[in-house]
Ligand binder design. Structure first.
Ligand code: INI
Length: 161
């Protein structure tokens, strides 16, 4: 029998990623993206938009992220798709609708297409909490990229064996 476990070294130059970023709260999502790119770069991925390893898609907000993630997954050729957004609670129930739909539909994209989709939508009560998770204390974007690398590698291993 076999133990499958993703690593961060195999086939690095062959991996391809799509990153979908919500522009809403871009003070936060810009930083998540930087963290993401930093991690990918340090693992040997060419993050240049003109290169052939990472494609970037900006959408209006987190609500639109899953639809484009699905489109990119169906287009084919990506080892993993990273979804970035920031939903910050306001005074209305809007937060619950946007964050709920984003989470549910991003999960559905992975399940329906078989392409690993990383849930990188921050959901916080305040802007301060979001910024803390986007670089002030830690940058969750870095971890989302690490998760994408691991899942991309794991998926290749499972398909090859
Ligand atoms: N989109 C976000 O990404 N974060 C939010 O906090 C947010 N709030 O609070 O409204 C938000 N709304 C926009 C939404 O994602 C859609 O772009 C919009 O509803 C149009 O479909």
């Amino acid at each position: 029998m076999t133990t499958f476990e993703g690593n961060f070294t195999d086939n690095i130059t062959q991996l391809r990623f799509a990153i979908i970023i919500g522009r809403f709260n871009d003070l936060v999502t810009d930083k998540l993206l930087s963290g993401c790119q930093d991690c990918l770069k340090r693992h040997g991925i060419d993050v240049n938009p003109e290169g052939n390893q990472v494609d970037y898609v900006w959408v209006p907000g987190s609500f639109e992220v899953p639809m484009i993630a699905r489109q990119m997954a169906l287009k084919g050729g990506y080892d993993a798709i990273i979804c970035l957004g920031a939903v910050i609670r306001g005074q209305t129930p809007h937060f619950d609708y946007v964050s709920g739909e984003a989470a549910k539909n991003i999960a559905a994209v992975g399940m329906q297409t078989g392409v690993p989709v990383i849930f990188g939508i921050l959901t916080t009560d305040t802007m301060q909490q979001a910024l803390e998770r986007a670089g002030i204390k830690a940058n969750h974007g870095w971890n989302y990229a690490l998760n994408a690398l691991e899942m991309a590698n794991l998926m290749r291993q499972i398909k090859a064996n």
